[in-house]
Write a protein that binds this ligand. Structure first.
Ligand code: NAP
Length: 438
């Protein structure tokens, strides 16, 4: 029997478990660890609450989780409760599927001012991640500035702009819905340091911005390149740019029917955040493109900003005893191999890019590496103690392990607590989750 520990129960973790089942069949036992008492990582706390169809993929992970040779081990923090060397001793293979839960810093003056948040924190807040549930952003201002031109920036802008009725069928948590109900935004500015041809927004997600009840996208036609230049773009980006063109062509009197303007500011790099205690303005430097990269022009402008959310990417959290690539913000690895018997997968391997589905081939390829290493004798003979050894350790340390069965009780309690029309009302604190699971 081979024993595999997967750290992280998000998409990368469960696709790896699924692949390991297929590759090793009855010859493997798989433990999927999570620091939270609840599974599914990014599906639960990253994917936008109004994108329920994307969240449906968790049913596929549940099928894996419920199979005989896979077990969920929640509420255990690897690197704190149990160390990596201990796990490597117990399991043939340890796979880090811990994602990239930390915000990349903006590294500009004023970043520490009040009401300035990274997207991990802000998205975590409206999605009920226990670490960020207490964020308490002030949404009473007129202008929100969202930095970045990726899909996360779109998620944040859309959630800020939607009416409570538009969010009714989502699983946005009660504290966020209540705060948004009282919000007073008139402008949501999306700030891109490069141009319309360099956006990272995908067509479907960008298209949603044109269908909002009380908000309309505003794009200055002069900011767009000549239409014939779109021909060189790859098809997905070309489609996204065609949305930008449609928004730019919308007559002013139609846009003005909607009270919130979602303004696209291109070629504008954030330089400083200004304010006393709390952010009041953002200083930007106009840029020009040089070989596709943003280069400052020295022209400085100032925009009012009552709330700033930077959506500029993420970093993996380091774990003691695991080599880390500081510059890239992820584990130091060679195509998924870190050390003998220690692997990484998903965002922890390749950084924060791609869709949920990108993690599937990733999971399958890390299992191929494990199979190769088994074959080559790198992982030694199949004599490790695996989950029995972990259970003894957990008992000795009095760890309060949450099982998949406990999670199902938490899930039922969340479904029972849902407001009318919503799929669930999430627990936003670890104690509440554990209590519901008992
Ligand atoms: P992303 O797609 O990499 O976009 C990051 C944005 O931040 C880029 O526009 C980037 O501009 C900008 N940026 C980076 N550093 C900056 C700086 N110092 N100053 C100003 N701007 C800066 O990342 P993401 O939006 O966080 O998304 C992560 C991944 O999740 C992506 O693959 C995304 O597609 C995926 N996702 C998908 C969905 C969905 O399918 N519905 C939803 C959310 C996220 P440059 O290009 O100039 O670097």
């Amino acid at each position: 029997m081979r024993h595999i520990a997967i750290i992280g129960s998000g998409p990368a973790g469960y696709y790896t478990a699924e692949a390991a089942q297929k590759a090793f069949g009855d010859e493997v036992l798989i433990d999927v660890f999570d620091r939270l008492p609840v599974p599914y990582g990014l599906i639960r706390t990253g994917v936008a609450p109004d994108h329920q169809s994307i969240k449906a993929v968790s049913k596929r992970y549940e099928k894996v989780a419920l199979s005989d040779n896979v077990r969920f081990v929640g509420n255990v923090t690897i690197g704190e409760d149990v160390s990596i060397p201990e796990l490597r001793e117990l399991y043939d293979a340890v796979v880090l599927a811990t994602g990239a839960p930390r915000d990349r810093p903006l590294d500009i003056p004023g970043e520490d001012l009040g009401n300035v948040f990274g997207s991990a924190a802000f998205v975590g807040w409206y999605n009920g991640h226990p670490q960020f549930a207490g964020l308490d952003p002030d949404l009473s201002g007129k202008t929100a500035v969202v930095i970045g031109m990726g899909n996360v920036a779109l998620d944040v802008a859309r959630i800020l702009a939607k009416t409570p009725a538009e969010l009714a069928g989502s699983d946005i948590v009660a504290h966020a819905l209540e705060a948004l109900e009282g919000s007073k935004f008139e402008r949501v500015v999306l700030l891109g340091r490069r141009g319309p041809h360099q956006i990272m927004m995908t067509p479907k997600e960008l298209g949603e911005l044109g269908e909002l009840a009380r908000a309309a996208p505003h794009i200055a036609p002069a900011d767009l390149p000549a239409p014939e230049e779109d021909a060189i773009l790859e098809p997905g980006l070309r489609k996204s740019v065609s949305h930008l063109r449609a928004y730019a062509a919308t007559p002013e009197h139609i846009r003005a029917e909607k009270p919130i303007a979602i303004e696209f500011a291109f070629l504008a790099a954030p330089k400083a955040l200004l304010g006393t205690g709390k952010v009041e303005a953002i200083e930007i430097e106009k840029t020009r493109l040089v070989h596709g990269q943003a280069e400052g022009t020295g022209e400085i402008e100032r925009l009012p900003a009552d709330l700033v959310v930077s959506c500029i990417g993420y970093r993996t959290s380091p774990i003691p005893d695991v080599p880390f690539d500081e510059r890239a913000g992820r584990f130091a690895n060679d195509e998924g191999r870190i050390l003998p018997g220690l692997y990484c997968v998903g965002w922890a391997r390749r950084g924060p890019s791609g869709t949920i589905g990108t993690n599937r081939p990733d999971g399958y390829s890390v299992v191929e590496l494990i199979a190769e290493d088994v074959e080559a004798g790198v992982l030694g003979r199949a004599t490790r103690r695996g989950r029995a050894g972990f259970d003894a350790l957990a008992q000795a340390r009095q760890l309060d392990v949450v099982t998949f069965r406990d999670w199902k009780k938490i899930e039922e309690a969340e479904e029972r607590a849902a407001r009318e029309g919503a799929p669930r009302e999430k627990f936003v604190d670890i104690e509440g989750m554990i209590k519901a699971g008992r």
